[in-house]
Design a protein around this ligand. Sequence first.
Ligand code: ZN
Length: 423
Amino acid sequence: MSPALLLALLAGMGPGTPTTQGATFEYSGGLWFDGEGFRPGTRWVVDGVFRESAPERVDVHIDLGGRHVVPPYGEGHTHLLEPDLAQAYSDHFLHRGVFYARDLGNAGEVFDGMHELLARPDTLDAVSAKQGLTGPGGHPLQILDQVVGAGLVPEWVREEGRGVFVVSSQAELEAAWPRLLAAHPDLVKVFLLYSEEHERRHADEAYRYRRGIDPALVPWIVEHAHAAELPVAAHVYTAHDFAVAVRAGVDLIAHFPGTGYEPELGVQAFQLDEEIARLAAERGVAVLTTLCWLQDGLAPALQRQLLDEVIVPNLDLLLSAGVELQLGSDQFRATSDVEARALHELELFAPLELLTMWCETTPRGIFPGRKIGRLEEGYEASFLVLEGDPLEDFAATERIVLRVKQGHVLLPPDRAFPVPGGR
Ligand SMILES: [Zn+2]
């Protein structure tokens, strides 16, 4: 970090929390990302918002020394557990430049335990689906057992309707619905898994946790969620799950189709067709990537086969149809830097596409009503200053030397999490 940058940082900070209340900032000498590349320029920050012309008074001048500036990153699929560790979660995300997160399934009371901290302008911003909807013996009931067993969340998370709603009929769905709305979710999550085999799997204990909600219930859920002005996200694995979700009118696909591969179904069960990709594009459905799992759990030969026969063809279909992709990792105690790195290493996107998806499309998808994802007049003054050009060297996205959120200079520590359940 240049001495000028450091000096300016110190000048802009009061004692205690780094606040910039009332101060106006001038950031000169930066190379600002505009969605296509980097352009030299100066930005001013007044009341937490970007100005492209100088205000009457400038309190703090920061020379960015020719560094690259990008909007902060988004995490489109996470789970913010452990409200006792809310500060650690926020610091972890902010340190990695991820200012916006979408929680795709949680106990409402667990997520609400983080609300006070997350409501501040200098902490992580997050929305949550809270309790989702699945079928009896369906995913994610085993995850609830795991997180309770590991001591991450209280026992009561396993009680019906507190960690997830389990419904097997229209009558049960209608009974659960008022409770779901009463938790005030920001969106609704439904769990579809191998839905083409729902009839066979729902009664067969061999498929416990490898099944989800009755696909016939999804249109009712979408209709009623939309009536309550809530978008709907669907967990999917197969191409059939994807089609059920898109035809029912969901807004977001929580996993890339082809994840959750089961050899007994064969690759065809996971391959999208052109018609459904086109319908998804027409309806404005966004698809989350969640492809870092490819690197963790699979043997290299299977990984290669899945990439060649499922992931890449599906990606090509979705992109050529014009479907919006967002970045999401679905990793516990981690954030979308893991996913960005995986997508870069898998060479699925050019650096410009990947950066735009991470710092513009994903944040706007999470908070569609906010002026974020651009470094322009009238937008929230939130940005990351990088050491290096991320279009030349994608790893520069992780070399963050300055973080500013809504005008606040942030100094989040890179804290380690305690051993799960060990507190
Ligand atoms: Zn998830």
